[in-house]
Design a protein around this ligand. Structure first.
Ligand code: SF4
Ligand code: SF4
Length: 375
């Protein structure tokens, strides 16, 4: 049985430090102490202020860093955001004043080591600093995700696959959502974070995980030694059947998690958290698939009035289907694998996932009975 703690919290330094100390006390004695290298991996998706709720709040990161350094460990806060260097996210996200004065290093993850994560993926380049750390602390954010429904503890570990390698691995899993979930589970299992904390004090609902999502007060921190158990507990908290989250489903199917969770904490289930609608990524008989993908299936759509031509989306797009000119960007939906990385990294919220009009009419007609074949 794996234990998960759900604790009421607010963005107040001293209280966060108390909670962080209680959480880390669950680890075996001596895990964090003198001579130990502790790597804290927050979600530093893109440069954003904490009120946008797209990054792990700096006070949560600061509280955990302070507790670990008080215990005598050498602490590094590190990530590899997809489109920019980590220090840009740290600057904009308000981390500097929080970490200032603490004996803590910050680092953009770059150097990698090949790690065999198992079939069918084989060796994946994972950040060397992560694999060499004695303890990895996974500080995720509760956010919706247009492709994967939610991004929680398990998906946060995909940030340990550095920079553009993330896009390459996205492309390898193509339009198969369950295959991408298997990859996320395998990477998370290879990194093996010692403790996972999900910042759900201010969560993100709607069209997350980027600036298109809408912040929502939850007032909770959720923590546990197993990121798979933490994610499952959050599904239950959000009134979701855990198998609706592909990473939960695949963690059990792959045998890395037995599905047993003991939740500590007196919390009420949320019945109205706004999730993105997960459309199918492909459908229909092979002869009609192309037509159906063009006319029925959800796709990324730019709003060029908001586009600032910052390059992030076309540089990251794994399928290289985003063109640009002086008027903005255009997406070739034929080759698009619907990974929604472009939505995730756009700092101006200029791309959204939309269903073509025929798809919307069909969905209405079927009254929500349209489900992905692989789901
Ligand atoms: S256009 Fe967007 S959703 Fe499509 S492949 Fe590129 S990044 Fe992914
Ligand atoms: S759509 Fe967004 S990410 Fe792409 S170039 Fe425009 S502003 Fe940048």
């Amino acid at each position: 049985m794996t234990h998960v703690w759900i604790t009421p919290a607010a963005y107040e330094g001293p209280r966060l430090k108390e909670i962080a100390a209680t959480f880390l006390d669950q680890l075996p004695a001596g895990s964090i102490g003198p001579g130990k290298r502790v790597l804290i991996k927050p979600n530093l998706l893109l440069p954003a202020v904490p009120e946008q709720a797209v990054t792990t709040h700096p006070l949560v990161v600061g509280a955990v860093a302070e507790v670990a350094s008080d215990l005598g460990a050498a602490v590094t806060v590190a990530d590899s955001p997809a489109a920019v260097a980590a220090d840009r996210v740290l600057r904009k996200g308000g981390y500097a004043p929080v970490l200032e004065g603490l004996p803590v290093r910050t680092k953009n993850l770059e150097a990698t080591v090949p790690v065999d994560i198992g079939d069918p993926f084989g060796h994946v380049p994972i950040a060397e600093a992560v694999m060499r750390a004695d303890v990895v602390l996974n500080l995720a954010k509760l956010k919706t995700h247009t492709q994967m429904l939610l991004t929680l503890g398990v998906k946060n570990m995909f940030g340990c696959v550095v920079g553009m390698e993330k896009a390459r691995w996205h492309l390898r899993t193509g339009i198969d959502r369950q295959q991408f979930a298997r990859l996320l589970v395998r990477v998370c299992d290879a990194v093996r974070p010692a403790f996972t904390i999900v910042d759900a004090i201010l969560a993100l609902e709607g069209q997350g995980p980027g600036p298109r999502g809408e912040p929502r007060e939850f007032g909770l921190l959720i923590g546990g030694q197993s990121p798979f158990a933490v994610d499952k507990a959050i599904c239950l908290l959000l009134n979701l059947e855990p198998h609706q989250l592909a990473t939960c489903r695949q963690a059990e199917a792959l045998g890395v998690f037995d599905g047993q969770v003991h939740i500590h904490g007196d919390v009420s289930i949320c019945h109205d958290f706004r999730l993105p609608r997960l459309g199918p990524l492909t459908m229909g008989p092979p002869r009609l698939r192309r037509w159906m993908r063009r006319h029925l299936i959800q796709r990324p759509v730019p709003d060029n009035r908001l586009c600032k031509l910052c390059r992030a989306c076309w540089e990251l797009c794994p399928a290289k289907v985003i063109r640009h000119d002086t008027r903005g960007i255009q997406i070739d939906t034929e080759g698009c694998i619907r990974c929604y990385c472009c939505i995730e990294v756009c700092p101006h919220g200029a791309i959204t996932a939309k269903e073509p009009i025929l798809g919307r009419l069909l969905s209405r007609y079927l009254k929500g009975k349209l489900t992905s074949p692989e789901d």
